[in-house]
Write a protein that binds this ligand. Structure first.
Ligand code: NAD
Length: 258
């Protein structure tokens, strides 16, 4: 399928690894120029070089923490932004009793305030040009409780609620804002969550992974390229009638119908 976005310009936050990288890859393959971002400059430059080689797309690397306003300004300054993929690292798994006020503010900053600030930076240009796609990487924890990820769940639910009304205000200008909710995907973040669970419970990593896979109707976790493909579709010319939705990608693990 031709996604109809060749020549569009995309910014993908937190994209040196994992799901962000997969989204950047899919958008580059669809013919977009892409700004990639990550905190570690060497990792980011390596990713940018690999994406240039594998897709032939124009890839610009902007290193820095996306929670820093100066980094956000740099990300959107490369060219008028047609497609924004909001992403940042999630808070570490933790018992809710141990989440300090400072932790809470940090989680809300990364997973709610930062994506909102980026939307504020790009939205008027998208409306003026009559095309815009914003995909927010949130989490399955927005729609189903996941113990120890309470801060992640709360901050991302806050983002979802905030942008729900925004999405309706800009839809008439062919600007579509949607959320992609990952369940378990094969990334470093997933490895860290499993390692933390192993330490907490005394069970082996292999045992926890087997239980996770058995609890998922697909019998496996997701591949980042599957996530990237869904993101590229939501960013495509065909997605202008999908507005303010939460697309759950979790292999059927969550039993929710809606
Ligand atoms: P990851 O840890 O594998 O990769 C995250 C990437 O983002 C890394 O390159 C990291 O350097 C970069 N990054 C993190 N914080 C950043 C920041 N503040 N500024 C700039 N770059 C930053 O994570 P992932 O698995 O790709 O997950 C992406 C998002 O999806 C996270 O918010 C995560 O919590 C969420 N999520 C992931 C899963 C999963 O199974 N992988 C499930 C649910 C939710």
């Amino acid at each position: 399928m031709d996604l109809g976005i060749a020549g569009r310009h995309a910014v993908v936050c937190a994209s040196s690894r994992g799901l962000g990288r997969a989204c950047a890859t899919a958008l580059a393959k669809a013919g977009c120029s892409v700004v990639v971002n990550g905190r570690d400059e060497a990792t980011l430059e390596k990713t940018a070089a690999e994406l240039r080689a594998s897709t032939g797309a124009t890839i610009t690397a902007i290193a820095g923490d996306v929670t820093d306003p100066a980094v956000r300004e740099a990300l959107v300054a490369v060219a008028p932004v047609d497609i924004l993929v909001n992403n940042a690292g999630g808070p570490p798994p933790r018992d809710f009793r141990d989440v300090s006020h400072a932790d809470l503010i940090k989680g809300v900053e990364a997973n709610m305030a930062t994506p909102i600030a980026l939307v504020q930076l790009v939205i008027d240009g998208m409306v003026e040009r009559g095309f815009g796609r914003i995909v927010n990487i949130t989490s399955a924890s927005v729609v189903t409780g996941i113990e120890k990820l309470d801060l992640s769940s709360g901050a991302r639910a806050g983002l979802t609620g905030f942008l729900s009304g925004v999405a309706r205000q800009v839809a008439g200008s062919n600007v579509a804002i949607n959320n992609l909710l990952p369940g378990s995907f094969d990334t470093d973040r997933q490895d860290a969550i499993i390692a933390a669970a192993a330490e907490r419970t005394g069970r082996s990593v292999a045992e926890i992974e087997a239980a996770r896979d058995a609890a998922t109707p697909t019998g496996r976790i997701g591949r980042p390229d599957e996530f990237g493909a869904a993101c590229a579709f939501l960013a495509s010319a065909h997605a202008g009638f999908i507005i303010g939705q939460n697309i759950l990608m979790d292999g059927g693990q969550s039993r929710t119908n809606f």
